[in-house]
Design a protein around this ligand. Structure first.
Ligand code: FES
Length: 177
């Protein structure tokens, strides 16, 4: 086989060889050129660069999913008057979560949202006020985050304020946020 000419086609180095049957273009045995693609701006990009970019994006996505799983997997934190911070069960009623910590809001309706005695301020993590609660509050009170604790379900980290005299003995509130 006697190579005397060469050329390129689709990322492969070709050479022209003379054989007893005539001439033939074949893949050059020593030169394989990396295949080339173009990006959106028409610039040439090596496949190795595209693979590296894909790997980086993949790792970032996996890290994001792990972060979300960890955050959603841990128990929500209940913060009361800025001082009492405890972990509580997701899905529990706020009034029950408070009672478990010795913070007893008043109530005479058994948590049915009918007596409106279990009022407290929910600054974050309580979701929007429900139709059951809204009739008990003025627009100004709703703007000031007042809610019925028996109607608030803990879905994530939650920050609230109750009257100071309901806090466990020896616990002093921090100023409002
Ligand atoms: S306990 Fe009666 S409204 Fe909440």
């Amino acid at each position: 086989m006697n190579a005397w000419n060469s050329g390129r086609m689709e990322g492969v180095e070709l050479c022209l060889v003379r054989t007893p049957e005539g001439e033939e273009r074949v893949r050059h045995p020593a030169k394989v050129v990396p295949s080339i693609a173009t990006n959106r701006s028409g610039k040439q990009v090596k496949h190795t660069d595209m693979i590296a970019t894909g790997l980086i994006i993949g790792i970032a996505l996996v890290a994001l999913v792990v972060l979300l799983l960890v955050k959603n997997g841990r128990r929500p934190r209940l913060r009361v008057n800025g001082v009492l911070i405890v972990e509580v069960d997701r899905g529990v009623r706020l009034m029950n979560a408070l009672a478990a910590q010795g913070v007893l809001l008043p109530g005479t309706c058994g948590g049915k949202g009918a007596c409106a005695l279990c009022k407290c301020q929910v600054f974050s993590g309580g979701g929007p006020i429900s139709p059951q609660e809204a009739p008990y509050f003025s627009k100004e009170a709703i703007r000031d985050h007042w809610r019925l604790a028996c109607q608030v379900v803990v879905k994530g980290d939650i920050s609230i304020r109750v009257p100071d005299d309901l806090l466990p003995p020896g616990t002093a509130s921090l100023p409002p946020e």
